[in-house]
Design a protein. Structure first.
Length: 58
């Protein structure tokens, strides 16, 4: 599965802004994401999972 780290709030595949927080996959992801201040997001349109350095949900 491809991983993306974006600086935008839209999906890299379809540019949708219909996103939701993706579930963290484990302690390592929680640790890394907290360090990097990025969030795992999932596009509700095409189901692409990616990371964003923005915090659109906060
Ligand atoms: Zn999408």
């Amino acid at each position: 599965m491809a991983a993306y780290i974006l600086h935008t709030d839209s999906c890299p595949q379809c540019q949708s802004m219909n996103l939701s927080l993706s579930r963290l996959r484990g302690w390592w992801e929680r640790w890394v994401l907290a360090r990097l201040k990025i969030l795992p997001l999932r596009c509700m349109e095409c189901k692409t999972r990616f990371y964003s350095s923005r915090r659109p949900l906060y």
